[in-house]
Design a protein around this ligand. Sequence first.
Ligand SMILES: CC(C)C(=O)C(=O)O
Length: 497
Amino acid sequence: MDTTLRDGEQTSGVSFSPSEKLTIAQVLLTEVKVDRIEIASARVSEGELAAVKAITKWAKANGFLNRVEVLTFVDGDVSVQWMLQAGAKVMNLLTKGSLNHLTHQLKKKPAEHFAEVGAVIALARKKGLECNIYLEDWSNGMRHSRDYVYQYLDFLQSQPVKRVMLPDTLGVLTPGEVTEYISEIVQRYPTLRFDFHAHNDYDLGTANVLEGVKAGAHGIHLTINGMGERAGNAPLASAIAVINDFLPGVKTAVSEKSLYSASKLVETFSGIRIPANKPVVGDNVFTQTAGIHADGDKKNKLYFSDLMPERFGRQRLYALGKTSGKANIENNLQQLGIQLSDANLKKVTQRIIELGDKKEVVTQADLPYIISDILDSSRIEEKVKIENYVLTHSKNLHPSVTLRISVEGELFEEHSQGDGQYDAFMNALKKVYRKKKQELPALTDYSVHIPPGGKSDALCETIITWTFKNKEFKTRGLDSDQTVSAIKATQKMLNLI
Ligand SMILES: CC(C)C(=O)C(=O)O
């Protein structure tokens, strides 16, 4: 059962609009193909009622209505009436699974609580609703008031309930405890069906789900991207991968291929960014960075596991950076369909290492720009060399530059200002060339390209068109700083005239 729309929405700062809820519900049931979804808590707000109405209307028309569940409360007939108004059929009644909660929050005795729960179940059944029962704080109940839990389950055995839901409300269980508690309960109550609901406070959510299923839980509760209260719930994508890979006899209906796009959809709607290293769905989890891994992938797939990206509609990538090495670069070139001579491959590798020193990772999208830059430079002999420069940029003052440049072995130093940093640089350069009594080409066009990716440290390519002695030519510069990329393009021009 996916509870992104109920427990997942309890992530701090998240509120889905009714239309977002409807879209996520549709994706979960028709694309991801989870068996059941929990979509809201009853009585929350008018917006929530509108969302539940929209989902139940769509679900009814498409035969999904009894797979759509709503969290309700022990409140006489109030939640039941809300369910009827919302057109929902399955209620997940929140009750107390530990004596501690019962005594200190509800201030009730077990018999009193059971009677009230029984009354809500009877009313709900009379109105045609199906009932599942949550035993909130069940994990602490098992640790500290197991007699109470068993007294309660004895009572539930005689009730018309479909499932008993066992939440590790505070995410405190170890995998060993999950095994012990769930196997004990499943054996003791063979006529009841149990769901296990894990939280991730110790980062044990997925491990606990694995143990819960092994121990005999009939259902598990998960959320997309592990959204949920505090540290969240067990993440759907990880749990499905773990079940498929480590529990061969157990089958789920979930489509692995749609997990990534569902994750992205929820990322967009919730505004909660997925960490790049989040298993299965994170941006970097199928990217090899170390050159040795890329090399091993080519040799009998030494660094592959069953967790192949293609299962999830994703692709293995090879990061480019100072640790990536030749094999990573070759893999990227292969993916782009580019062939390079050994000499040029060496130059590209060297350039990537240099860039990697400045910026953590060079992306595959940067690669064609780097290659064309290198192929361009290799045609040029360096008679003019920009030795040093200082560029300033400050509020309400003109940008300025100090430039040291050697032109055919002669060293010049000039200062200048301009409307922008590059303009200041060009003004200093013009002073040098005036001294040398040499003409400079006219800049006739200047264009900047940022390879896709949208990072503030992305590489920037500047292409400048020059006109000189009635001829037009272009030079290209590449750097993560825009002014520096223009200066590099200019240095190439100086070496071409
Ligand atoms: C509200 C309840 C059912 C819950 O999510 C939990 O106990 O973890």
